[in-house]
Write a protein that binds this ligand. Structure first.
Ligand code: THG
Length: 265
């Protein structure tokens, strides 16, 4: 499982404050702490309160990479902000994200190629988030077709079935799991798959339990990557153990420690 730390997001009050005050020390510490416990990439999102998304994303990118050298997952709906982040980054980037609309793909795929970045595409379009797995598959096919047309490597393409909160779309969760498996079977080599894990428990109690239960299930459906809270130790232990059961890592008596010592490389 490729672990993308979710905590540098202006959705969190402290991050929004740090952005406002340009508190680089706080942001750098948050980057370091996530990588320390096993994050292999960091999501970077200015949040809904930012008044200067382009400048804020650039500032975040510049300061985070003073602390860590993992790939950065540039999370914005504003393509100018993403390009500014790409320009400022000396590490590999993941563009987060495009929708499946043709006019968006025509902008984002060439951008990803230009900067040799990976690209996350959400399986949604102007008509909204799909209500079933057939529609997700249809959109996935359109996205893959566009990637082929641009000769964009499918291994650098992450499809996101859009994980919805259990308290609003409980009946969608099984379809989302099956979509992960469906997407993986569409191409050779396979496309990659990713979800924003914490979405599932927004507005619920027992958030950590819901997150880690779904994550383990999604791992067994072939999920490649997740944007998650790496400081949630129980979640990380479940992730590591599921990778072990799925024969992704070698078993030894103290596999949890061994895995953590290796910083989940
Ligand atoms: N897909 C892709 N990118 C994404 C998402 C996705 N990026 C954003 C998001 N979804 C993933 N990141 C988060 C980060 C935080 C939370 C959920 C998803 C979260 N935050 C608390 C909340 O809203 O309750 C904030 C609480 C606080 O203020 O402390 O849950 O799906 N490609």
């Amino acid at each position: 499982m490729f672990i993308i730390g979710e905590l540098i997001n202006g959705m969190y009050k402290k991050v929004a404050e740090a952005l406002l005050e340009k508190d680089a020390t706080y942001i750098r510490a948050l980057a370091g702490a996530q990588v320390e416990v096993g994050a292999q990439a960091l999501d970077v999102n200015c949040g809904p309160m930012s008044r200067d998304i382009v400048g804020d994303l650039r500032w975040l990118v510049e300061n985070i990479q003073k602390e860590v050298d993992v790939p950065l997952c540039l999370d914005s709906t504003k393509i100018q902000a993403i390009e500014e982040g790409l320009k400022g980054a000396r590490v590999k980037c993941i563009i987060n994200s495009s929708s499946a609309d043709k006019e968006k793909l025509d902008l984002y795929i060439p951008l990803a190629k230009k900067y040799q970045a990976s690209l996350i595409v959400l399986t949604m379009d102007k008509k909204g988030v799909p209500g079933n797995k057939d529609r997700r598959l249809e959109l996935a096919a359109q996205i893959i077709e566009a990637a082929y047309a641009y000769e964009f490597p499918v291994q650098d393409l992450y499809l996101d079935p859009i994980l919805l909160p259990v308290n609003v779309a409980q009946n969608q969760l099984f379809d989302i799991l099956e979509s992960v498996k469906d997407f993986k079977s569409m191409t050779t080599p396979s496309v990659k798959t990713v979800v924003g894990l914490s979405n599932i428990s927004q507005g619920s109690k027992e958030r950590s339990l819901i997150n880690r239960t779904f994550l383990v299930m999604a791992q067994s459906y072939g999920l490649d990557a997740a944007i998650l809270d790496p400081l949630d130790g129980e979640l990380m232990n479940s992730l590591i153990t599921a990778d072990l059961v799925l024969n992704k890592t070698i078993y030894c008596g103290s596999y949890l420690e061994a895995y953590k010592k290796s910083k989940i490389k």
